[in-house]
Design a protein around this ligand. Structure first.
Ligand code: GLY
Ligand code: MN
Ligand code: MN
Length: 507
């Protein structure tokens, strides 16, 4: 953080983010009154001379002749499909803004998935508006963005939340137009324009409360939900750009798993946190971030499905369930799990359980093909697990009865997979008939991730099973003639995992 400024009125510290008030201060500068700079809730006085001095002496850094971003033509196609689905309606898709973490610090920003999908842009507070074109012929799309900071009114150095001197250079509106292939306007004009707007409007809710407030008397929950559902279902089939990005996400993830194996033996790696940090380094260096909280679950923690506390020890002889994914710079995420013997070798029972999960995953992956029901891969995976549980004497057969009553679920716990894309659990607002009751098509990407989890306090299984959790998760693309495993770069059989771990540690 920046050096602390001198508190002038410490008893009533102001918080950041009140742009209007900051601009009032700047306006005072132009009116010749004393100016105060505000940052970190504190004030510092600024002399007239300094305020005047800061207005000028800056080079022209405007960028010209920019190439459009790679996803611009794809985003244009997606907007065209959206336009055709909602003729005559004004459609408003906000990116969302910064969220406070504490006082004047914010969480790192990620735009709404809908906004990223339709624009390729990632600017906080951006809003995409599709306005019905005159004569009922499609829509005109405009992106509303925060422009570059004004130097004349001091905003660029006096505003700690949006001033470019504090937060970094933004694109000018003219630059954004070239990069995104869309007309760009100042977002500060949008709320008032929307209040004035006539005709039917739909907004993607949950991202920008000021935009929703401006539209409060113009929208209905039911109509907005139709927009949200459409944008979820539209993402089910990935275009070529998206498939390429998902592969990049997976490839970085493979390298992140190798990083973890490489440090597994080191003394300082005996904590789940060290593993989390190791994977995170790869995600931040090669991508934008992790796509979801990494699950670094050693020993019995592997039986907690979303173990993201990652505050446990890592002990030789135990298994490590690592479920992690790199998110690319374009915000597509991988979602991969491997369950690794920490000392490099599965013991007999660990191997028996692991091999059952592997067989289950094989059956699931084989069921992923165009024309198959979405549920088929889940059913195929669950059948194998139920068979093994009966064989091991943990469940009484026949297998059909077990499956009918879902008795295996005490140890299989979760569904066998989900759609993957910009969101780790992608297409989550899709209707049942379009998703879980739907049919697989080329271009869909899904995880296949069966698991077996024996809780440490489960008295219905022999003691040696307790505290063992195994999941194997891969990212599978439906192709014209079957499927492609995007995460095939990581081994899956127990023997191959052992060989790979030994090789990575040596290399
Ligand atoms: N990492 C969450 C999941 O596998 O669905
Ligand atoms: Mn996962
Ligand atoms: Mn998953």
């Amino acid at each position: 953080m920046a050096e602390e400024l001198i508190p002038e009125t410490p008893e009533t510290p102001e918080t950041l983010g009140d742009q209007d008030t900051v601009l009032d201060d700047a306006d005072e500068a132009s009116a010749g009154k004393p100016v105060k700079q505000r940052k970190n809730g504190l004030y510092v006085s600024v002399s007239d001379e300094l305020a005047e001095n800061m207005k000028s002496g800056w080079a022209d850094t405007e960028l010209r002749d920019l190439e459009p971003v790679a996803q611009a033509p794809y985003a244009a196609d997606r907007r065209a499909a959206l336009s055709a689905r909602f003729p005559g309606d004004r459609l408003v898709i906000p990116a969302g803004g910064l969220k406070t973490r504490s006082n004047d610090t914010e969480y790192s920003f990620r735009p709404s998935t809908e906004y990223a999908y339709l624009t390729g842009d990632q600017t906080e507070d951006g809003v995409l508006v599709l306005e019905p074109a005159p004569g009922g012929d499609g829509h005109r799309a405009t992106i509303y963005l925060t422009p570059r900071s004004n130097r004349e009114n001091g905003e660029f150095w006096l505003d700690g939340r949006q001033g470019e001197l504090w937060v970094g250079r933004r694109h000018s509106l003219a630059e954004a137009e070239q990069l995104l292939g869309l007309p760009a306007k100042d977002v500060r004009e949008l709320a008032a324009a929307l209040r004035e707007a006539t005709g039917p409007v739909r907004v993607v809710r949950g991202h920008d409360s000021s935009i929703e407030a401006a539209l409060a008397d113009k929208v209905t929950a039911e109509r907005d939900d139709e927009l949200r559902v459409y944008l979820s279902e539209a993402r089910a089939v990935k275009d070529d750009f998206e498939v390429g990005e998902l592969q990049k996400a997976v490839d970085s993830t493979v390298r992140g798993f190798e990083d973890v194996v490489r440090i597994l033996d080191k003394a300082e790696a005996t904590s789940e946190r060290y593993i989390e940090g190791t994977f995170f380094l790869r995600a931040r260096v090669e991508g934008n971030d992790i796509g979801y909280g990494s699950i670094c679950a050693a020993g019995p923690h592997a039986t907690t499905l979303h173990w993201v506390r990652n505050d446990g020890d890592v002990r030789p002889g135990d298994l490590l369930l690592l479920d992690a994914g790199v998110e690319t710079h374009t915000l597509y995420t991988a979602d991969v799990t491997r369950t690794l013997p920490i000392n490099g070798r599965f013991d007999e029972l660990q191997r028996k359980i692991y091999d059952a999960v592997y067989e289950s995953q094989e059956a699931g992956i084989a069921a992923v093909k165009p024309g198959a029901k979405y549920r088929d891969f889940h059913d195929a995976s669950q059948r194998v697990l139920a068979e093994r549980l009966v064989e091991w004497g943990l469940l009484e057969g026949p297998v059909e009865r077990v499956l009918e009553l879902g008795l295996q679920r005490r140890w299989t716990l979760h569904g066998t997979g989900h759609m993957l894309g910009l969101d780790v659990h992608d297409c989550a607002a899709a209707r049942t008939e379009a998703y879980v009751d739907g049919t697989l098509e080329p271009g869909m990407c899904l995880t296949v991730e069966p698991g077996l989890y024996f809780q440490a306090d489960d008295l219905t299984v022999p003691e040696e099973y307790r505290g063992i959790g195994v999941r194997i998760e891969d990212d599978i693309l439906v192709t014209e003639d079957g499927n492609r495993n995007l995460s095939a770069g990581l081994p899956r059989t127990s023997a191959d995992v052992e060989t790979w771990m030994a090789a990575v540690k040596q290399g």
